[in-house]
Design a protein around this ligand. Structure first.
Ligand SMILES: [Fe+2]
Length: 220
């Protein structure tokens, strides 16, 4: 194995470990683990015959939730809000729960860029919150279909886009792909859906990282 391959293997090991360790934190408000969620999102991409970069983005879309220090700001809500995210008066229980890490999409994208993933992967990861804001602005039914935890985190994420923001978002050349990744993300919360395991993505991740290095002239 060349030193380039060894380097890429280490990066893949690190990223996979971050997903595995992160999953031990639990997935507040959802019935499956974070790792199962990531694997189901990637499986959605595979089923749709998406290209490798898009499948990897689906797999890694939430990595910013875990690739952070303990001091990272959490999106906190009261336990009572989780069962009633649209309620005006929720009768707080005093028990605080986190529905995610603030800015995790940007943290995840930057983390992946630094490790050598492509700009397309990073942008697709970075967009999964802006797509949520876009879709909730464009389609009220989309909001109604979100999980309670996802409705609550939307408040921290800036809320639904207005008409101007919607038009601006639709100019993005990756806009349709970004929406697809978000759809797989939304559908990736199914109890008992058996999908390929994390290791099955190793060859894809390795090929991607090696190709990126070659493109950037790191490998002769
Ligand atoms: Fe997600």
């Amino acid at each position: 194995m060349s030193s380039e391959q060894q380097d890429c293997e280490k990066i893949v090991d690190t990223v996979f470990q971050v997903l595995i360790d992160g999953s031990k934190q639990g997935y507040i408000g959802e019935a499956i683990s974070q790792l199962e969620h990531s694997l189901q999102a990637a499986a959605g991409g595979r089923q749709a015959n998406a290209d490798d970069e898009t499948v990897l983005a689906a797999l890694l879309h939430d990595i910013g939730q875990f690739a952070t220090g303990a001091e990272q700001k959490q999106m906190l809500c009261d336990a009572a809000e989780l069962s009633n995210p649209d309620g005006t008066s929720t009768g707080n229980t005093g028990e605080k729960l986190s529905v995610g890490v603030t800015g995790h999409e940007r943290i995840g994208a930057e983390y992946l860029r630094r490790l050598g993933f492509s700009e397309k992967v990073a942008q697709l990861v970075e967009s999964h919150v802006s797509v949520k804001r876009y879709l909730t602005g464009k389609d009220p039914e989309y909001y109604a279909g979100l999980s309670n935890a996802s409705k609550l985190s939307l408040k921290y994420q800036g809320g639904p886009y207005n008409q101007e923001q919607i038009k601006e978002f639709e100019k993005d050349p990756l806009y349709e792909l970004k929406i697809q990744v978000r759809r797989w993300d939304d559908s990736a919360k199914i109890v008992g859906w058996e999908v390929p395991d994390l290791e099955s993505y190793r060859p894809m991740a390795m090929n991607h990282l090696l190709a990126q290095r070659k493109q950037q002239g790191v490998v002769a």
